[in-house]
Design a protein around this ligand. Sequence first.
Ligand code: ASP
Length: 435
Amino acid sequence: MFQTWNSIALWKRVLAGLVVGLVVGLCLRYSLPAERSSTIADVWLRPWGDGFVRLIQMLVVPLIFTTLVSGVAAMGDPKKLGSLGSQTIALYLLTTVFAVSLGLAMGNLLRPGVGVDYSSASQSDVENVQDTLKIAESAGGIAQRLLAIIPSNPVQSLAQADVLQIIFFALLVGLGIVLTGRPAEPAKLFFDAAAEVVMRITLMVMELAPLGVMALMAWVMASKGVGVLYNLFWLAAALYLACAFQILVVYGLLLIKLTARLPMLAFFRGIVDVQGVAYSTSSSNATLPVSISCAEKNLGIDKSIAGSVLPLGATINMDGTSCYLGLIALFAAQATGIELSWSQYLGVALTATAASIGTAGIPSASLLLAASVLSVVGITHEQALIVIAFIFPFDRLLDMMRTLTNVTGDMACASVVAKWNGGLDEDVFRSANDT
Ligand code: ASP
């Protein structure tokens, strides 16, 4: 039986894990008193999910570092890196702008905030948010954040899993290998081999994805239920619809089909594992090893491109998040009875884009940046705290969808960049259709 299970394509097993987890979690939630189902979920389900997340998180730092160094060293030409970088950043920005506009359009169409009384947020939630915001705000202004990309001690960046600093350092090490030439050949071979080893471990861990995804889904559903459907129905509907549109039309149709001239179905088949892990973990960072391995193995993306474009995307390209931030601004404005002017719409779009770039790829990170977007529509800091605390208990179900969108965007942009730069094995990409 074990063999038969293992012979099924991984993406099908991940999907099965997702559905079983959803059903088990909902059965628990609605057949037992809420407190009991929450305790069972915390004691019996969560540890399995957390174990899986820890296993993939363990691989984030070694995988980014070794793949990026070996990828840049393999490129051979520093100029190529520059054009790859500018194409990637341009695509990331473009898709983010689409996403914010979609969020704002959907927010106007469904008007999720009308009639909502957010002042019912509990005092303890408000205090929690206040404490967490203080920590987030201590990160400093934009200049400091940019400077913080340069590591003062790369070993510390690795130890703290600071993705942008690791990218920065890995790029320089790769570049150093290229510029040094022959004497650096052993270093190049070392990083090539190390990248292969870490990738092999990633594939081993991925075999546990169906179980991990099932446990995480069951835990979320059993402990939180689908309460969001009652409390924030229109906000959830607007976010899920906008994200679905962004995924199918912007990524599937515009990027994959029309820009890269690749089959949409093969793309979506190739990234089911990534989407399953993103949806159940709510963390782009934790999904990164899965994204890199699927990009190489399922989509045929060259490792130098997968290893550079995807870590950058997991850190700065958050389309689901920017869409959500735009929506929250409208939600709060509608609930408070504020009508937005065109300049405020523009302000929201710009702030949401900037905030999404600064959002860390971890659960609920963007909610903590929502205050900056809310201030654009005239919501005071105190009111913003209450709005955030009101949404916070239900954020997980919203976060799942925006994280799924965030990683799908990274995979779509990586495919396009790979196609443009001759780094895509189309046979592998198209064969994702058959597995
Ligand atoms: N959880 C999201 C991610 O990891 C970030 C967010 O929108 O809160 O991509």
